[in-house]
Design a protein around this ligand. Structure first.
Ligand SMILES: *[C@@H]1O[C@H](CO)[C@@H](O)[C@H](O)[C@H]1NC(C)=O
Ligand SMILES: *[C@@H]1O[C@H](CO)[C@@H](O)[C@H](O)[C@H]1NC(C)=O
Ligand SMILES: *[C@@H]1O[C@H](CO)[C@@H](O)[C@H](O)[C@H]1NC(C)=O
Ligand SMILES: *[C@@H]1O[C@H](CO)[C@@H](O)[C@H](O)[C@H]1NC(C)=O
Length: 415
C-alpha cells in the first residue's frame, strides 16, 4: 500500500513537490519498516515463548513418560493405562476356589525334583477354611492297559466324582488313551521306566503320591497294581478309609534273613537295625504320612546306596520310613489281601477257575484279625478292602459275580 502511494505521488506532482514527496516518502518508509520490524520481533518472541512452553511441558511431564515408556520396550506399552486388555489381566484375581481346585490337567512338565518340592507343601493351619469333602486317590501302578479295567469302571460307575480321583503310572511308551466315557480318561501322570525291585519302583510310587497330593481334596491314597481287585462297593471302601484314624502301611520287624538279614551295617547311623522294617509294597496312607514319604531326603539316598538285591527297596523303604516318621499313625498292616501260603518268593496268582462267590466271601470276611482298626467298638467285620493277584482271565467271572456280590449298581449289571 505504502509503495503504491509513493508511486502515485511521483507520477502526479511537480519537481518541488517531487522533492518534498521524496522526503515524506522516506518518512513513510521508515515508519512502515519499523512496524514490520516490530511485527517480526513480536512473532519471534511469540514463537520462542511457544517453543519454551512446549519444552517446559515436556520436561514437567517427563516423569510420567518415564513411568510408562521404558527405554527397551515396544511402543505398544505406551498405551498401558488405557489398554483394556492389560487392565483386565490386572483385575482377574484368583478366587479362593481357584487356589484349592484340583489341577485341570494331570499332564505337566515338572521334573521329579520340582514335583516333590511342590507337593511337599502342606498347610500349617490344621482346619480347612471351607467345606472340604475328603477324596480317596486310587493310584494305579501298571505297565500299560489295566487288564481288570472294566471291573474298576463298574466299581466307580455312578459315584460322585467329588469323592475320588484316579492316577495312572504306566510305562512311558504306553500312550493309549481310553475313551472319554472311561474313568481312566486323561488320568495318566508323566511316568518313567520302572524296574521291579529297584529304586525306580519307589520313584514311581513317590511320583504317584506327589501328583495326587497336588489335589488338596485327596485325603487317602491307595496304591494298586494291575492285578488288584476291590472287595467291596465304592461307598463301603470310601467310608472305611475316610473314617479311619490309621494308615495301612504294612510294617513289621522280621527277624529272618529275608527281614533283618537285609539290613546293611553301613546304613548306620542314619538307620539302626531296630528301625529296620519289612512290609508289602501295596500301601494305603493318609495325607500327612504321604507328605512325609515324598519329602524324605534323609533315608532315600541311604536305601539307594545300600539296599540292592537281594535287598528289595519296595519291601523295606516305605515300611521303615513310616516307622521313623509317623509310627503312631500307622496300623502296620496292609489293607490289600494276598495269598502267601503257597510259599516261594511270589504270592499266588488266581486264575479263572479260582473265582467263585464262596472264595470271594472267604477273602472278604474270613481272613485275619482286624484289631488294627484300633477301635473295639468298630462295626467292621472285615480286614481287607482290596485283593491281589488276579490274572487277566479272571475278568469275565469277576464281572459276572461281583456286581451283585459287592453291591455295584444293579441297574448296570446286564451280563
Ligand atoms: C517388539 O515387538 C516385536 C513383535 O511383537 C518383538 O519381536 C520385539 O522383540 C519387541 N521388542 C522389544 C524391545 O521388546
Ligand atoms: C505300629 O508300630 C509302631 C512301632 O513300630 C507303633 O508305635 C504303633 O503303635 C503300631 N500301631 C498300632 C496300631 O499298633
Ligand atoms: C487273631 O488274633 C489272635 C490273638 O491275637 C491270634 O491268636 C490268632 O492267631 C489270629 N488269627 C489270625 C487268623 O491271624
Ligand atoms: C470308633 O467307632 C465308633 C463307631 O464306629 C465311632 O463313633 C468312634 O468315633 C470311633 N473311635 C475312634 C477313636 O476312631
Amino acid at each position: 500500500m505504502g509503495f503504491l502511494v509513493i508511486l502515485k505521488d511521483i507520477s502526479t506532482r511537480g519537481k518541488r513537490v517531487h522533492r518534498e514527496g521524496i522526503i515524506s516518502c522516506i518518512n513513510t518508509f521508515q515508519i512502515i519498516a519499523t512496524m514490520v520490524f516490530c511485527f517480526l520481533i513480536a512473532l519471534c518472541i511469540i514463537g520462542l515463548g511457544l517453543f519454551i512452553s512446549d519444552r517446559m511441558k515436556k520436561f514437567l511431564l517427563s516423569r510420567e513418560d518415564y513411568f510408562y515408556i521404558l527405554p527397551d520396550q515396544n511402543n505398544s506399552v505406551i498405551n498401558l493405562p488405557s489398554d483394556d486388555r492389560k487392565l483386565s489381566s490386572f483385575s482377574s484375581f484368583l478366587s479362593f476356589e481357584d487356589w484349592v481346585a484340583p489341577p485341570e490337567n494331570l499332564w505337566h512338565s515338572m521334573s521329579d525334583e520340582e514335583l516333590m518340592w511342590r507337593a511337599s507343601m502342606a498347610p500349617n493351619v490344621a482346619e480347612y477354611p471351607y467345606n472340604r469333602t475328603p477324596k480317596v486317590a486310587f493310584m494305579f501302578l501298571a505297565r500299560g492297559r489295566l487288564p481288570l479295567g472294566p471291573l474298576w469302571e463298574r466299581f466307580f460307575q455312578g459315584h460322585d466324582p467329588r469323592l475320588y480321583s484316579i492316577y495312572l503310572h504306566c510305562s512311558p511308551e504306553f500312550t493309549e488313551e481310553p475313551p472319554e466315557s472311561s474313568v481312566f480318561y486323561k488320568r495318566r501322570i508323566p511316568s518313567k521306566v520302572v524296574e521291579w525291585g529297584k529304586a525306580s519302583m519307589i520313584d514311581a510310587e513317590r511320583r504317584l503320591l506327589a501328583n495326587a497330593l497336588l489335589d488338596f481334596s485327596n485325603e487317602r491314597f491307595v496304591l494298586l497294581s494291575e492285578t488288584c481287585i476291590p472287595l467291596f462297593d465304592f461307598l463301603t471302601i470310601y467310608k472305611f478309609l475316610v473314617s479311619s484314624k490309621y494308615s495301612f502301611i504294612s510294617s513289621f520287624d522280621d527277624p529272618r534273613p529275608i527281614g533283618r538279614g537285609r539290613y546293611n551295617k553301613r546304613m548306620w547311623p542314619t538307620l539302626s537295625i531296630s528301625d529296620w522294617r519289612k512290609g508289602s509294597q501295596w500301601f494305603e496312607t493318609q495325607r500327612k504320612i504321604a507328605v512325609g514319604l515324598i519329602s524324605d531326603r534323609k533315608y532315600y539316598p541311604v536305601f539307594v546306596t545300600h539296599c540292592k538285591p537281594p535287598c528289595y527297596m519296595d519291601e523295606h523303604y516305605m515300611a521303615t520310613l513310616v516307622n521313623k516318621q509317623n509310627p503312631e499313625m500307622n496300623s502296620n498292616t496292609s489293607i490289600t489281601w494276598v495269598d502267601w501260603t503257597t510259599g516261594g518268593s511270589h504270592p499266588k496268582t488266581f486264575l479263572r477257575r479260582d473265582i467263585s462267590e464262596t472264595f470271594l466271601n472267604q477273602i472278604r470276611y474270613d481272613s485275619g484279625n482286624c484289631s488294627y482298626t484300633g477301635n473295639s467298638s468298630s462295626s467292621y467285620s472285615y480286614c481287607f478292602l482290596f485283593a491281589r493277584k488276579f490274572h487277566p482271565s479272571t475278568l469275565e467271572p469277576l464281572l459276572k459275580i461281583t456286581p451283585k456280590l459287592f453291591g455295584f449298581d444293579p441297574k448296570e449289571y446286564t451280563n
